[in-house]
Design a protein around this ligand. Structure first.
Ligand code: HCR
Length: 409
């Protein structure tokens, strides 16, 4: 057991594994050993959607709707490596991210010669249950991605199984097109060896308002003859039911795109498709609610490997948040989300869910997808352009200043 670990870490890990056998499904409440803690907050993970800005804006430049749908599928598949395996690659294993506090922000942008500027706004919109919402937009190409996600987890046979709740929506302004994207389920393997990593499972779909449906299936090594991180995707025409393209390979390595049986393109991670780093403000210029500034002391303690100090600094933030919630309760107020608003439903999304469901049932003979109950994410979260404009124009300057005072520094 825990072959990668030695000494006291080995026994700490063994007790951790025993403790998660009975955990309640809320990943935020899981107390992991200090050496598996990451100094990155989950609110930062929204950035993984756009580490290839060129691929993100590519669909907007394409005239043909069928090829646009293929480019959206290609971009989505290209994001999987960053989202689900980049931490294991960089740090040697998956780590437990910091649990964002309500209102925590992660702001930045990518600068790319070809794509121009792509902006990121990520905000923790709910603490119980934990939910992160994001908006990523490139004004030059009129490409807008927004979405929200939370996680529900379970533990069985030495594996943490995670179901994602929430959706992503991509909008191509020029073509007045919207794509609904569902999020993959995943599980954490390697727990028994003390070196956890993510494998994706089940399927996701992408449904476009222009009439294209994609189904993406994930499998891992455990499958007969299977390779780790395997993916196979199919793109269909909703109206005719015709299979247009297939994409298969490993989402961490190489993907082959075929039209009928003919290969039309190959996508490879690595030098041919380098990622673009996100630019964020220096800590001293950041808003007090911005993640790296708010967690700076915790991050420094983790870097030093000082786990007592890590615990002390983390508790300060958590206690201040608890006091704030108590005060809000007493005053009958609620925390004002800076950029997002919760609604009961979004008609465009429901229409896409229905369209996808009908196709899945009648053409593919599958169980149709359905929207998660809004209660699971404290509502359906939408980017609020009015709030955004108020912040950017400075009309909300006083509210922004006061919100910043609630964070301990
Ligand atoms: C499950 C996970 C937290 C959630 C992370 C999500 C689902 C968040 C949204 C992103 O868009 C995609 C994403 C990628 C991550 O792979 C996933 C994380 C992997 C591990 C982490 C657990 C909370 C960590 C459990 C602790 C282990 C390492 C002991």
């Amino acid at each position: 057991m825990a072959a990668a670990l030695t000494g006291s870490a080995k026994s700490t890990w063994a007790s951790f594994l025993k403790s998660i056998a009975s955990f309640n499904g809320d990943l935020a409440s899981m107390t992991a050993p200090p050496f598996i803690l990451s100094k990155t907050s989950l609110v930062e993970y929204s950035a993984y959607w756009t580490e290839h800005p060129k691929l993100f804006v590519a669909p907007a430049k394409e005239q043909d709707p069928e090829k646009r749908a293929l480019l959206v599928l290609k971009w989505f598949l290209s994001t999987l490596k960053q989202q689900y395996s980049s931490r294991s690659e960089k740090l040697g294993s998956e780590k437990k991210p910091l649990n964002p506090f309500l209102g925590e922000l992660f702001l930045g942008h990518w600068e790319d010669e070809e794509a121009g500027k792509t902006e990121l706004i990520s905000e923790q919109v709910s603490h119980h249950p934990p939910v992160t919402a994001y908006s990523i937009f490139n004004e030059k190409h009129g490409v807008k991605l927004q979405g929200y996600n939370g996680q529900k987890a379970g533990f069985a046979s030495m594996t943490i199984n995670v179901k994602q709740v929430g959706i992503a929506r991509l909008r191509l302004e020029k073509w007045d097109e919207e794509y609904l994207i569902t999020l993959p389920a995943l599980h954490i393997e390697g727990l028994v060896y003390g070196s956890p990593f993510v494998e994706l499972e089940k399927s996701t779909i992408i449904q476009s308002s222009s009439g294209f449906f994609a189904k993406i299936d994930y499998t891992g090594k455990g499958w007969v003859g299977g390779k780790s991180n395997s993916v196979s995707a199919e793109l269909y025409d909703n109206k005719t039911g015709k299979l247009l393209y297939t994409i298969s390979g490993q989402w961490t390595k190489e993907l082959v795109i075929k039209k009928a049986k003919t290969e039309v393109e190959r996508f490879e991670h690595g030098d041919k498709n380098p990622t673009t780093g996100l630019t964020i403000k220096p800590i001293e210029e950041q808003d007090p609610l911005e993640s790296r500034r708010a967690w700076a002391k915790v991050g420094a303690a983790i870097d030093k490997g000082d786990y007592d100090e890590t615990g002390i600094e983390k508790s300060k933030i958590e206690n201040a948040q608890r006091d704030l919630r108590k005060k809000e309760k007493e005053e009958g107020t609620t925390w004002e989300r800076r950029y997002f608003t919760a609604v009961d439903k979004v008609d465009e999304v429901d229409a896409l869910v229905e369209r996808a469901g009908k196709f899945m049932k009648t053409v593919l003979g599958l169980t149709p997808i359905s929207m998660d109950e809004p209660a699971k994410t404290n509502g359906v979260w939408v980017f609020d352009t009015k709030k955004y404009e108020d912040v950017v124009s400075g009309r909300k300057a006083e509210e922004v200043r006061r919100a910043g005072e609630t964070v301990l520094e």
